[in-house]
Design a protein around this ligand. Structure first.
Ligand SMILES: [Zn+2]
Length: 52
């Protein structure tokens, strides 16, 4: 997978709540959560489910 461009340019939805996240082309990484707290909540959920 090419992280330098691949996933950008297409709609990304928050892994936690499903909200569509506008991506900023060429700047930083692909955002996968609409807000940092949702990323935190997702990781906490994965950990409690035994993924980590
Ligand atoms: Zn979210």
């Amino acid at each position: 997978m090419d992280y330098t461009k691949g996933a950008k340019g297409q709609a990304v939805q928050c892994l936690h709540c499903g909200t569509e996240i506008p991506q900023v082309p060429g700047v930083g990484r692909v955002r996968r959560y609409c807000r940092p707290s949702h990323g935190l909540a997702w990781r906490t959920r994965m950990r409690s489910a035994g993924w980590l």
